[in-house]
Each structure stands twice: as structure tokens, then as C-alpha cells.
Ligand binder design. Sequence first.
Ligand code: NCD
Length: 304
Amino acid sequence: MAQRTRWQGQDIISIREFSRDQIEDVLTHAQQIRPDPQLLVGRVMASLFFEPSTRTQLSFATAMHRLGGKVIGFSGAESTSVVKGESLQDTVRTVEKYADVIVMRHPLEGSARLVADTVAIPVINAGDGANQHPTQTLMDLFTIKKFHQRLDDLKIGLVGDLKYGRTVHSLAGALTRFRKIELRLISPPNLRMPPAILHELNGVVPYTETEELDLRDLDVVYVTRIQKERFPDIEEYEKVKGAYVITLKVCERLKPSAILLHPLPRVDEIAPEVDSLPQAKYFDQVQNGVPVRMALLKLVLLGS
Ligand code: NCD
């Protein structure tokens, strides 16, 4: 049997499992990869989305198609046997018989790990509740590197729902792998970064926490949506919705070289007129999801 190379068969569950070298390896592959209708011929990706998704789901499917693979799956569990009471473990034990890789989004934190422990095929976490979204982070880093030509020596602002936003949890964790990063954590007091993430940053990445939407001196401004669906109490959501709106006026303080990112979807946190500013890069960020996910699918299915 051919020897397994280091990425082959690997699960992608949390950014915490990535060293700096591994992050850079994925980004290099993403930079080099080109559509190739032969590369993943005969391979099947199961796309299991138990939570809504536009970009993540479609970009994974696009990535698989561009490499010649096939996609099965569902978006929303309503049409599956989950509504009959089937467990997640039984569902994925079944899917494993049909597919070579699972890409899953699920509302429960830790669900991706559970699935990875249940099946033998590689599992890619496309978001598990408020916990992690590692492939989003890889495309965020790809985008930052593309515009700044570096991942060290950056002042980065994370804005909005830092409590429930999984994209900022993964991104903050990834930034601990780089040098001379400074973080400005901008959120309402009740949506501050969770202690576990602050603990990861302590002693590694200097950070300040503030309520004030101060974008001065930042190289990267990463804006997030208030995660309405994760609030146990809708009244709490009502109190903070619309807390931050990035307007042209707010952007007057942006450095000309700054980049404005957002994982999308946006609700009202970036005004549409901001889209035409040279710093607005969130639609470039969307586009980068495809090469990054092509690289990940190639790596976990074929190795490097
Ligand atoms: C994010 C998510 O699902 O966590 N979306 C995405 O994957 N681009 C952000 C969000 O839903 O706010």
C-alpha cells in the first residue's frame, strides 16, 4: 500500500490543531491550485448542513466540482431521517458508506469532533455552533496575506459579536501562531470574547477590549454579524442589535492600506455604501473560499 502523506485522511475540526507551518502549507497549496477535472475523479464529498449556509456550502461544492469530484448531501435536516429520531452518529455511519469525505455544519458545539471520532473518513468542520469554523479562518488568513503580503506584524480589530461568533474564535486562535500581532476586541459588554479564547491569547497576543468603534491604526478590521440564532433570550438580542454600523463616516478613520473583512452574511453592520471603498474586501474574501477549500479537499483526500 502506498504510504499515507501527512494531510491524507486528516480531520479539519479546530484551528487549534494547526501549527504555523501547517497553516502556511494550506495557504501555499491554495495559492497554487488550479481547476483540474481529473484530480478528484471518482471521489464523493458528503455535504451535511444542519444549519443555514450560502457561502460555505456552495464554495465547498464548487471546489469539489472544479476538481472533478461529486457532491451528495442536504441542507437542512428536515428531509432526512433525523426527523424520525435518528442519532447524528447513525446518520454519519451511513454517510460514510457513500462518501470519501464529510463536510458538516451543525448547531452543537463539539459535534464535528464527535463525528470525526465516529467515522473513518476525513471530516471537515464547516462550523459547530459558536465554537469553531476553521476553513473560514484559513480563507480569512489567505485574504489578509494576499493584501498585506504578510501574516506577522499586524494590528487587527475584531468587531461585533465576539461571544457567539465562531469565525472570530477560530481567527483569534490562529493569530496566536504569528508574530507581533495586536488585537483590538470591539464588542458590546455582554458580547465580549469568551474567557477560553482570551486564555489562548494571554501572554502570546496582546489585546485590548473596548466598546468603542475605534478603527484607527488598524491594518485589518474584521466585522461580524450579531448571531441572533444563538441568543438564549431574544430580548438580549434586541438590546444589542445594530450596536455597530460601519458607515462611510466611521471609515474616515481607516488607514488607506487597511482592509475591511466580514465572513458574511451581513445584516446591517456594514452600510452598503461602504462596499465601494478601496478597503472593502469582503467579496474578495468570499472568492478566496474556493481555492482554500479546493486545497483542503485535495490535501485530505490525496495528501501532499
Ligand atoms: C459565518 C458562520 O456561519 O459562522 N458565515 C460563514 O460561514 N461565512 C458567519 C455568520 O453566520 O455570521
